[in-house]
Write a protein of this length. Structure first.
Length: 450
DNA sequence: GCATGATCATGC
DNA sequence: GCATGATCATGC
């Protein structure tokens, strides 16, 4: 069977698999044996579902050859789980991981000659709906997406993925593989594969060993794909139809870069906004949205990239007045979490920011610049210290006395609530006002000036 | 002037 | 109703 599919065959076959389950697809005489394997290995055996769908969904024999699954059509098949959250919405359960990054050899590749492109030039992503309670034989297939990385350069996603690949490889060439983080790139990330911090690999241009990493499509990227495939995507793209595709960086250069040097009043006039009315709290964000050509804060490219747009204002001296907040944590949850699974850790390592920077100047406020920023890996240890201190205090009945701004050069804990009666339960200190981690304004300011 | 606590404002 | 971005208010 292997190799006899054309691209069209693969698409037709995939369409026919929608809403099917393995139980529907596996012939009766094969089911017993597979059920037995499930009872031995459990339902979480990695890749098992993917192996079975190749065989029973597409009639491909399992092998370990490095060449594409559908040899003839040059298509690589990747299966990835979806999960329903409490409110019933469907999202990607995890990132989609490709092969390991070989730091030693990838530095000699270009995108065109890369082993990544060689293996994944035509990517068929199959989404199935996982459920903790269900048998894996009963996971329904929900969507599929064919991504042509080789020739679909008009597709902005592909452009961005190439940009990301180049960024990652550039870092490795610079001897900075140990400083990589997933948040540095937009859609294609360098996800850690290491079980612990000793699980490392050598890199060519530095003696420092680096954590094992693999290329991956980010969970946030898959989430938007799924929304789009199911017709539920309400975000607005910065890439306009009939215009050439651009990367996120190019889009900001074009749309924000062009307005650098203009002040609030000039921007308001340009956009025909009546500024005589009282300025709302998010006035500059509104200006930025208009500049970007969107009407809401849901911007497709930024959601895909797990990137937060922050509009900040510097004092005349260049000082940043306000710290930057993260989502509120639950006292009762955080005490049971490991650092690596905490919301703060994930926000720091997987999220990134684009800052649009205004600055006070001679009685007005001027659009000064924009900057892409992600949390530097070398500062993770200090963030971890603040997090551990926070957890320790909550556990020991000091939830009313959490790390303050002077306790760390990087982060602190502060309220983030509607008002003083907007509280959550603590283990030993009763109800306390909702709080979250904040990155110190001074730390951000210094980091942006680097 | 800054740390800290508190709240406003908006959109989902 | 709530999460989140953004900023205000107070007191040392």
């Amino acid at each position: 069977m292997r190799g006899s599919y054309s691209k069209q065959d693969v698409l037709v076959r995939s369409q026919s698999l929608i809403n099917q389950t393995l139980r529907n697809l596996i012939p009766e005489e094969g089911l017993d044996g597979i059920e037995q394997q499930i009872s031995i290995y459990g339902t979480n055996r990695k890749g098992f579902w993917g192996d079975l769908i190749e065989k029973y969904g597409y009639g491909l024999e399992n092998d370990n050859l490095a060449s594409a699954d559908f040899h003839e059509a040059g298509i690589e098949l990747k299966s990835t789980p979806l999960i329903k959250n409490k409110s019933g919405a469907i999202r990607a359960k995890e990132r989609l991981v490709f092969s390991m990054i070989n730091y030693m050899t990838v530095v000699d590749e270009t995108w065109e000659t890369s082993s990544f492109l060689e293996k994944n030039r035509l990517l068929l992503i199959l989404f199935y709906l996982y459920s903790k309670e269900a048998n894996l034989l009963d996971y329904p297939i929900k969507h599929f997406k064919l991504l042509d990385l080789l020739s679909d350069l008009s597709e902005s996603d592909v452009l961005q993925i190439i940009d990301d690949w180049n960024h990652i490889v550039k870092r490795i060439r610079a001897g900075e593989a140990h400083l990589l983080s997933e948040g540095e790139t937009a859609y294609l990330g360098a996800a850690t594969k290491a079980r612990d911090s000793n699980d490392t690999r050598p890199q060519p241009n530095s003696p420092v060993p680096a954590k094992k990493r693999a290329f991956s499509l980010k969970q946030s990227y898959l989430n938007v794909l799924v929304q789009q495939l199911s017709g539920k995507d309400t975000s607005e793209s910065l890439n306009k139809q009939n215009e050439p595709a651009k990367t996120i960086r190019q889009l900001f250069e074009e749309k924000i870069g062009a307005l650098v040097g203009k002040n609030e009043e000039e921007l308001a006039t340009l956009f025909e906004i009546d500024i005589k009315m009282k300025k709302p709290k998010n006035f500059r964000r509104l200006l930025v949205n208009i500049a970007l050509g969107v009407r809401s804060n849901k911007i497709t490219e930024l959601i895909k990239a797990n990137m937060t747009l922050k509009v900040i204002k510097l004092e005349e001296s260049g000082k940043l007045a306000e710290s930057i907040s993260f989502p509120v944590f639950k006292y009762m949850d955080i005490i049971h979490q490991r650092w690596e699974e905490s919301g703060f850790y994930k926000a720091l390592t997987e999220r990134s920011f684009v800052f649009v920077i205004f600055r006070k100047q001679e009685g007005t406020i001027v659009l000064e610049s924009f900057r892409f920023w992600s949390f530097p890996a070398e500062d993770l240890e200090e963030a971890e210290r603040v997090w551990r201190l926070t957890v320790e205090r909550i556990k020991t009945g000091q939830a009313d006395d959490l790390p303050k701004i002077r306790d760390s050069r990087i982060a602190h804990v502060r309220p983030h609530a509607r008002n003083a009666s907007d509280t959550l339960t603590t283990p030993l200190n009763g109800e306390q006002v909702k709080k979250c981690f904040w990155l110190n304004a001074k730390y951000i300011e210094k980091s942006l000036n680097k």
